[in-house]
Design a protein around this ligand. Structure first.
Ligand SMILES: C[S@@+](CC[C@H](N)C(=O)[O-])C[C@H]1O[C@@H](n2cnc3c(N)ncnc32)[C@H](O)[C@@H]1O
Length: 223
């Protein structure tokens, strides 16, 4: 069964003295996710925002492959923001910006999105393992912001477990879904059809469904 982590650093795993947290799932999924992102990001430049970055490990890893792209990690949890900043300092990559405090339940995301100090005209938005561990309004805010901030050829990449046509794609996902809903009735594995409806409302359409290991998918939305 998939595991859910609301707050890294509270599971007894060692925390580096500088605040860097480690997510076991990162080591299992980052290569497969990069294979999907790479097809679109290779040889492109611009700003990419990661929402719900957690530890900050994905952004640092992806930024190493893409010196022409400026990466903007974000989260709303204070310990995660510290970990993201610590991974950024540790990696010393010029194309990773300090983390933004983005709460996705607000479709405006954060004040920096509309100021000259923040990212603009986004090439992509990346979101991994967030929307099933949050109320539906977080998904609404994710799509609301993506519809507002993505440039004409931009993409929203959404990684995680999903239902298709109202059905789970694996028994392990159904068990995971029940455990999420038991923990919080507002959480749960989302259905691709519901996401497509939300996307259509903000001018986005589903462009690709990429199969990933462990019954996960990466959904790619564009204008
Ligand atoms: C399971 S973790 C995934 C972290 C990271 N994306 C990964 O795949 O390792 C979910 C993340 O979503 C963040 N999150 C939860 N609610 C959020 C919200 N309303 N806005 C932005 N991030 C949120 C949490 O703080 C946490 O870092």
């Amino acid at each position: 069964m998939a595991e859910y982590v609301v707050e890294f650093g509270k599971d007894g795993r060692p925390v580096e003295p500088d605040g860097r947290l480690d997510a076991p799932a990162f080591h299992r999924n980052h290569q497969a996710i990069w294979t999907v992102l790479e097809k679109f990001l290779k040889r492109k430049s611009g700003d990419v925002v990661e929402v719900g970055s957690g530890t900050g490990q994905h952004v640092v890893d992806f930024a190493r492959h893409t010196p022409e792209i400026t990466w903007w990690p974000s989260d709303l949890n204070e310990q995660h923001l510290k970990s993201i900043e610590a991974w950024r300092a540790h990696a010393a990559l010029v194309n990773v910006r300090p983390p933004l405090r983005i709460d996705l339940s607000d479709p405006a995301w954060c004040p920096e999105m509309s100021s000259s100090s923040g990212p603009t005209n986004l090439l992509a938005v990346f979101c991994a393992n967030v929307i099933h561990i949050a109320p539906w309004r977080v998904t609404e805010g994710l799509f609301g912001g993506a519809g507002r901030y993505l440039r004409a050829d931009g993409r929203l990449f959404l990684y995680g477990p999903f239902k298709r046509g109202g059905k789970h794609t694996a028994i392990s996902n159904a068990v995971f879904d029940s455990s999420l809903r038991e923990r919080d009735p507002e959480w749960g594995v989302r259905d691709i059809e519901d996401l497509e409806k939300l996307a259509a409302g903000v001018g986005l359409g589903l462009r690709e469904i990429a199969k990933m290991p462990a019954n996960n998918l990466t959904l790619v939305f564009g204008r």
